[in-house]
Design a protein around this ligand. Structure first.
Ligand code: NAD
Ligand code: WQD
Length: 337
């Protein structure tokens, strides 16, 4: 059954891919985004991919009037909530901005939902809520450990949603803890497009492949991992997007809430990622070993069983497809603003 969905942050990296997956699943989707970390041109590109007109509202999740107007106009059945600030280092420098948008913005959104009687939400959480986990693969039962203000805002968001669900059983809440999203849409029309020098590995490697940055610094090669470099569970953004469609389906079918990891259950080291990207772009990717990055975790790998059991979610695309689609996107310079 088609549903009316509000997609906050839908012009961003994961949100834009989820927009495509939701529209392809037959849903009617309205995007709300303030473009603090997205390009306005994404609307036209989403129209090219889906072949349908896009409804993209420029506005802020912290603005209660904007939200009330949107809910009055559209009678949404559910919200998929991506809008947030997400840079770990920046959150250390500007913690109040992170609490304001990620916690305050979520509160304003949930109040608007309550007022409109719309009580189904899928929330973007992160493996970062586990801090330095005791075990890898990490199950959803692992405890919360905030390592920085960004991680703290995701923990607070989850806890707020949990208490809200306990206050009123009409709420159906899907909490999705993403591991390391990577790759781009197969059309090469949307993907990750950081405005500054990227902090994350995959977009940094992409810029070295393009020749925009000189070399990759590998942050530490003395971790207790097979080749000494950090290991992460990279998940293709198109797989991740599909996870949101399944989460919504589950909320509508069961009325029950869920909290699951979205990852592949398989980790790759920094050197393995560089080697895979090299295969994809067929260029030299100079790298040097550098100091460990402060606050880094040696291994982040998802325990992926619960998402499969509850949502029927299994990833379909591997690291080579992530690198190939990333390269196709970043080298498709015409698609960028
Ligand atoms: P992104 O920055 O590309 O997307 C976020 C979008 O929200 C952007 O388009 C931005 O313009 C918008 N936005 C920010 N503040 C807003 C506000 N106040 N009002 C309206 N719109 C606003 O980031 P992303 O990588 O697509 O991440 C999406 C979500 O997933 C975030 O909640 C993030 O914390 C979470 N997450 C991301 C990762 C990752 O590695 N990319 C991992 C785990 C979780
Ligand atoms: C991956 C690996 C680095 C850059 C971050 C956030 C997390 C989540 C996902 C939102 C690590 C190494 C990196 C570089 C390197 N985001 N690396 N050279 O740190 O796992 O997670 O993004 O929720 O909250 O913390 O991702 O891509 O930065 O790093 O060697 O130039 O690559 O040390 O081992 P991370 P990442």
């Amino acid at each position: 059954m088609p549903k009316r969905i509000l997609l906050t942050g839908g012009a961003g990296y994961i949100g834009s891919h989820t927009y495509v997956a939701l529209v392809e699943a037959g849903h009617e989707v309205v995007i709300l985004d303030n473009f603090v970390n997205a390009h306005r041109s994404v609307g036209g590109r989403l129209e090219r991919i889906t072949g349908k007109p896009v409804t993209l509202v420029e506005g802020d999740i912290r603005n209660a009037v904007t939200l009330a107007t949107l809910f009055a106009e559209h009678a949404f059945d559910a919200v998929v909530h991506f809008a947030a600030l997400k840079a770990v280092g920046e959150s250390m420098a500007r913690p109040l901005d992170y609490f304001d948008v990620n916690v305050g913005g979520l509160t304003t959104l949930l109040r608007a939902m309550e007022a409109a009687g719309c009580r189904r939400i899928v929330f973007s959480s992160s493996a970062t809520v586990y801090g330095v986990p005791d075990e890898a693969p990490t199950p959803e039962t692992a405890e919360f450990r905030a390592m920085n203000p960004y991680g703290q805002t995701k923990i607070l968001g989850e806890q707020m949603l949990d208490w809200l669900g306990q206050s009123n059983p009409d709420w159906a809440i899907g909490i999705l803890r993403y591991f390391n999203p990577a790759g781009a849409h197969g059309s090469a029309l949307i993907g990750e497009d950081p405005r500054d020098i990227p902090n994350n590995l995959m977009p940094f490697v992409a810029k070295v492949a393009l020749g925009e940055l000189e070399r990759i610094s590998v942050f530490g090669d003395d971790y207790d991992t097979p080749d000494g470099t950090g290991v992460r569970d990279y998940i293709h953004v198109e797989d991740l997007a599909r996870g949101h469609v399944l989460s919504l389906d589950r909320l509508f079918e069961s009325g029950d809430s869920h909290c699951v990891n979205l990852g592949t259950g398989r980790g790759y080291s920094v050197l393995e990622v560089i080697a895979a990207y090299k295969r994809a772009c067929n260029r030299d990717l100079p790298h040097t070993i550098a100091e460990r990055r402060a606050g880094d975790v040696p291994v982040y790998v998802a325990s992926a069983e619960k998402a499969e059991e509850i949502l029927g979610f299994r990833t379909e695309k591997g690291l080579d497809e992530m690198c190939a689609s990333s390269w196709k996107w970043v080298s498709n310079t015409g698609a960028h603003e």
